[in-house]
Write a protein that binds this ligand. Sequence first.
Ligand code: S3P
Length: 180
Amino acid sequence: MAEKKTNIVLTGFMGAGKTSVGKSLAREKSMGFIDTDDIIEKNSGISITEIFSRYGEVHFRTLESQAALEVSALKKHVIATGGGIVLSQENVDCLRLGGKMFYLKATPEVIWERVKHYQHRPLLQVQDPIGKIRALLSERESCYHRADCTIDTSHLTVEQVVAKIVEDLDGSGDFSLCEG
Ligand code: S3P
């Protein structure tokens, strides 16, 4: 018999709200919280920005896949993932094995509003960040739809997104927080 899924996996573009929603959801459900970017920084001992600038994106993606494997061994955790983790089908497969995956969607304009004051995302440190957001989103859209469920967060508060996820989980038969 297939094992019960006990994790909640949050995917979506940078600025989609994965970390804030994840922390709040974990509190509400009394689950652990973990973020794959934090694991990567902890394992490598340097920041994501330094990883990109010293070793490049390809190396970052290797570390990200290792982090995906590491967190997918956990139980009863809310897992917030980096915006590009879904680019690898293997990452998606291992994360979905023990968890239900939600795609937190947002429009490019909303994403820009949410990220524009932060400098820690190397992919957006370019001349035309909105253009870059649009291009990456359209390249990645099909990958994000590898998730089990999509929630458009563009006009929702963190609390409203949490409520939608809880509502979805309560009505879903393939997920249990009590067993597993
Ligand atoms: C990335 C998203 C970032 C981080 C890295 C690359 C991406 O995480 O993993 O800068 O490729 O979209 P957040 O989505 O948490 O900002």
